[in-house]
Ligand binder design. Structure first.
Ligand SMILES: Nc1ncnc2c1ncn2[C@@H]1O[C@H](COP(=O)(O)OP(=O)(O)OP(=O)(O)O)[C@@H](O)[C@H]1O
Ligand SMILES: [Mg+2]
Length: 229
């Protein structure tokens, strides 16, 4: 079997916010690799550097030192325009608070970012409809966010991420606004869909209840990454 493609590679990543007496080292020499078809869960207490790690992985923040590769491209010293196209083409984020546009329906929220095409040349709307359907939201296409439950909203956010068809999906505390059962269900769905389409997924969370959906769990403590058994 072919070795799966490495999608994200962080090597010796250190991030220091601020300078002088106020400097905070949020990440210290963190190295992490994920490949296509793998779900990695990064756990750690509040302030341990989880969001910082995800933001660097998603090309939204530069490390102070170390290197970041996304899809075998070194993005560490890329210019802003090139970074913006990495974010547009390779990465999708899923947030704790869903970040849906309140004035738009589920279908509109997803089709807005959907890449047209695929083998059958579907329009963004058709693709968005299809992805929402596979996440069990076929009856919710025309609902506004305020008319949906939190679990449904998070599924719309996952549909939006999947419909963009990125190599790398990054989720920051995606279950924080969901009850335990709903949180687990939604993450299980994310795992299934991501694996079917061969994405690399990094989820950061302190929710122990979703450990079993990950292929690998690593732990951040004060900005240092350690493998977990
Ligand atoms: N923009 C910033 N400027 C200065 N310090 C920051 C900034 N962002 C984060 N920090 C600090 O870096 C450390 C790591 O923060 P980060 O947000 O990555 O933690 P986290 O693990 O995501 O925490 P939480 O679970 O509360 O979301 C913290 O000490 C935080 O105060
Ligand atoms: Mg955070």
């Amino acid at each position: 079997m072919d070795t799966p493609e490495t999608i994200l590679r962080l090597e010796g990543v250190t991030k220091v916010y601020g300078s002088g007496e106020r400097a905070v080292t949020a990440l210290y020499e963190v190295s992490l690799q994920t490949h296509a078809g793998e779900v990695v869960l990064v756990m750690g207490p509040s302030g341990s550097g989880k969001t910082t790690l995800l933001t660097i992985a998603g090309a939204l923040l530069r490390p102070t030192s170390g290197t970041v590769h996304v899809c075998n491209t070194d993005i560490t010293r890329m210019g802003e325009n090139a970074l913006a196209s990495i974010r547009r083409e390779k990465v999708a984020f899923i947030y704790q608070s869903f970040n849906l546009l309140e004035a738009l329906t589920a279908l509109e929220n997803v089709s807005l970012v959907t890449t047209p095409g695929g083998l059958n040349g579907a329009t963004p709307q058709e693709r968005a409809k299809e992805v929402l359907g596979t996440l069990g939201l076929g009856q919710r296409l025309n609902s506004l966010p305020k008319q949906m439950s939190d679990g449904e909203k998070q599924r719309v956010a996952i549909a939006r991420a999947l419909a963009k068809d990125p190599a790398l999906m990054l989720a920051d505390e995606p279950t924080a606004n969901l009850d335990a059962k709903r949180g687990h269900e939604v993450m299980e769905l994310l795992r299934q869909k991501a694996l079917e389409t061969n994405k690399a997924v990094v989820i950061v969370s302190h929710d122990h209840r979703i450990r079993d959906i990950a292929d690998r769990v690593v732990r951040l403590e004060d900005g240092r990454l350690q493998a977990e058994s």
